[in-house]
Design a protein around this ligand. Structure first.
Ligand SMILES: [Zn+2]
Length: 279
């Protein structure tokens, strides 16, 4: 009996560690996207090149997370300092893929053998890909204050397919989500311009919230805006206090907070709703 149980645990942890390793490799790909999509050089190189000197990186130095620490953060070819972004994004993606498996355990083992859930597998893939896209756009927005159309419009274009495949989403709530998500921030941007005669909100944010609505349905729009604004205000205040300068004019990217709001809603939405409504 105890042998059977430990075999069940072992095979479940085998699945867990497999998705963690897969996540780290996906993180490595996200780093390429973060670097090359804003530069429009995505298809220029098919193999990894050193961002400093352009030398080809041999595959044995291209292992996610480990290579950075083995090389002690320095490129082997030219000695250039490697950005912490590389291991951090890879670790984040590994965590995303691992934690999503707890949320949607699509393959389980019981005493009766292996059990698979196709719906949970779709939920798992959808959530992992969504959070990875949010991470990619957030890092680009934090670095460059832009959200590339390739990502936001690309997500919107894929929305009907996502809504069609996903067991909990339908085409109607996805389409309404895009219109409501994009529409609300468009009105906010327009209103701000009327009052202040300057752009306070980028159109990248408008397209990002439309993409979030398309992938999560219109029900996600208000929780995303609420959670994103609360977290965004707290973090912005903390930074202003640390920097000892307060300004209503401070330029802060809103994209990462919208992304954080959407991810929080996706993972904890029902639980948060029960908690807030005092149930
Ligand atoms: Zn180099």
């Amino acid at each position: 009996m105890s042998f059977v149980i430990s075999a069940v645990t072992a095979s479940q942890s085998f699945m867990f560690w497999s998705v963690v390793v897969l996540g780290a490799c996906v993180g490595s790909f996200l780093n390429v996207c973060i670097l090359r999509i804003p530069e429009k050089t995505f298809f220029k190189h098919t193999r990894s090149v050193c961002p400093a000197c352009g030398a080809l990186i041999p595959s044995y130095l291209n292992i996610p997370v480990f290579s950075f620490f083995i090389l002690r953060g320095k490129a082997k070819c030219c000695g250039a300092k490697l950005s912490w972004q590389y291991p951090l994004v890879e670790i984040a993606a590994a965590l995303i893929f691992g934690l999503m498996y707890f949320k949607f355990p699509f393959a389980g083992w019981s005493l009766h053998g292996a059990q698979y859930s196709v719906s949970d597998f779709i939920r798992y893939c959808h959530a992992s890909i969504f959070v990875c896209l949010m991470l990619t756009m957030s890092v680009i927005d934090a670095k460059l204050m832009i959200i590339p159309d390739e990502l936001s419009l690309g997500m919107m274009a894929l929305s009907p397919l996502v809504a069609w495949i996903h067991p909990d989403l339908d085409l109607k709530s996805s389409a309404i989500g895009m219109v409501v998500g994009g529409g609300i921030l468009y009105l906010v941007a327009w209103g701000y311009w009327l009052v202040r005669k300057q752009y306070g909100l980028g159109f990248g944010d408008v397209k990002l919230l439309a993409a979030i609505g398309g992938w999560l349905g219109w029900q996600a729009i208000f929780p995303t805006l609420f959670l994103g604004s609360v977290v965004g205000s707290i973090i912005a205040l903390v930074f202003m206090i640390i920097a000892r300068q307060f300004s209503w004019q401070a330029k802060i990217p809103f994209g990462p907070y919208l992304a954080l709001g959407a991810v929080t809603h996706l993972l904890f939405g029902p639980e948060l709703f029960i908690w807030i409504s005092g149930g």
